[in-house]
Design a protein around this ligand. Structure first.
Ligand code: ADP
Ligand code: ZN
Length: 430
């Protein structure tokens, strides 16, 4: 199923022609209206007319997080203040929030890309969409809310938390699609189990859009089994409209990045140089349609790779592999580079292990992985689980090359998160 088939299936040549034209427009606009880019262009000695092909993108400056903060609140605006329609901020997982302005056209485009994404997963106007993202300054809820309305779904703006009420809403209004973070998804799965709700028998759920933070295939499986539905990976960031930047189609294998709206590059985060097709690196994006706040070569710090083969669904926009974390998420423990996702993968694949965990770094250079036991089969005794503890520590060592301390906890011991989960606490005295 397609929302906008002609655009979603453009040939590479047509797509690139459109991209170049939109890139040139964007560059001209920021060069005439945004002092930050005027100064950068002067430093690099580039002019809008130097951008003659997509390869010329590399002549343009990067834009970073720091640039966004330095230009807070409205330094990067490319329209008049009166022409802005909506303000969002990033949720501030790392550092202070950033202000993101939308014009009327930006608000509409953001909803359009969400509609396109939702329909690609098989959602129709008959679906009932329960949105469990946080409403407010965060783009996650509002942007998808408008997207689902555009498709014609009945939209329930539930927000996160209060799981009992979530289930009531699902039952009373026949919810078929939910939008949820992976951490709350895992929690909700446990909650259903604990309260004897069998989703396949008692609910009508069929799909979940899961994103806003990194998660693994193992987590996808746990949410799918626990909630009785299909999970589609959803990627976005406030700097690029929020959700609907890249989304999985019905194949559930890699997220189509909407290339008529965003130019993507995968670079080596250390050197800034482009990487060969298919290699894993930092995703860099240039907005092609944003009016209020266009951004050139924005360093997302998100680590991913392009899937170098076409998708059987017929969409020509290239797919991204799962985001495995941010380039600055990486932990260095005793000289070894570790991504929290590697730890999650081992935990989620170990029988008897539950869904909530926390990685604590402390002392000189020690790691403790605290993890809850699975609800099923738990008899209130932690002592005789020594065996499981040893096995888990060994499996973790095989994956991350250093052996952490493992602490098994009864179900429900660790704090639960409804928004973005904080999985790593670093209290090391290095
Ligand atoms: P913040 O930067 O404050 O977290 P955002 O709300 O803009 O604010 O969050 C966007 C970030 O969330 C992305 O850059 C990425 O790191 C993460 N993210 C969003 N969706 C996914 C996803 N499907 N998989 C992994 N990470 C994701
Ligand atoms: Zn596809």
């Amino acid at each position: 199923m397609f929302w906008d088939q002609p655009v979603e299936t453009l040939s590479r040549a047509e797509l690139e022609r459109l991209q170049l034209q939109r890139l040139q427009d964007t560059v001209r606009r920021v060069a005439s209206r945004v002092p930050f880019y005027q100064q950068k262009f002067a430093e690099l000695n580039v002019k809008p007319e130097n951008i003659r092909s997509l390869a010329d993108l590399r002549k343009l400056p990067f834009t970073t997080n720091t640039d966004l903060r330095a230009n807070y609140p409205a330094g990067l605006l490319a329209v008049l203040y009166d022409e802005t329609l909506r303000l969002h901020t990033s949720s501030g997982t790392t550092g202070k929030p950033k202000a993101l302005f939308f014009s009327r056209r930006d608000v509409d485009n953001a909803a359009e890309l969400c509609a396109r994404s939702f329909v690609a997963t098989g959602v129709t106007n008959k679906d009932v969409f329960q949105n469990m993202m946080t409403y407010g300054m965060f783009t996650g809820a509002l942007v998808t809310h408008y997207g689902a309305e555009k498709v014609g779904c009945l939209v329930i703006p539930a927000g996160p938390g209060n799981s009992e009420r979530q289930i009531l809403l699902m039952q009373d209004f026949g919810t078929t699609v939910i939008h949820i973070t992976p951490s709350y998804g895992l929690y909700l799965a446990t909650f259903l189990e604990k309260h004897g709700v069998n989703p396949r028998r008692d609910l009508k759920l069929r799909k979940a859009f899961v994103g806003a933070e990194p998660y693994t295939e193992e987590t996808r499986l746990k949410i799918e089994q626990g909630l009785g539905l299909d999970v589609y990976n959803s990627y976005g960031l406030s700097e690029m409209n929020g959700p609907g930047v890249a989304f999985e189609c019905e194949q559930k294998y890699g997220m189509h990045l909407w290339e008529d709206h965003f130019l993507m590059e995968i670079i080596d985060p250390q050197t800034g140089e482009p990487l060969p097709n298919g290699e894993r690196g930092e995703l860099v994006m240039t907005t092609l349609c944003r009016e209020a706040m266009p951004l050139l070569r924005y360093r997302t710090r998100d680590m991913t790779s392009i899937i170098p083969i076409p998708c059987p669904c017929g969409r020509t926009h290239r797919r991204l592999n799962r985001i495995t974390g941010r380039s600055d998420d990486m932990l260095i423990l005793r000289g070894v580079n570790i991504y929290p996702q590697q730890i999650e993968r081992v935990l989620m694949a170990t029988p008897g292990i539950g869904r909530n965990y926390l990685i604590q770094l402390e002392g000189l250079d020690e790691m403790t992985v605290k993890v809850e036991l699975a609800e099923a089969g738990f008899d209130g005794q932690v002592g005789h689980l020594l065996d499981l503890q040893t096995r888990l520590a060994e499996n973790l060592r095989a994956e991350i090359l250093v052996k952490p301390r493992v602490q098994l906890l009864p179900p429900g011991e660790l704090p639960i998160s409804e928004g973005k989960a904080k999985r790593v606490i670093d209290n090391r005295k290095l």
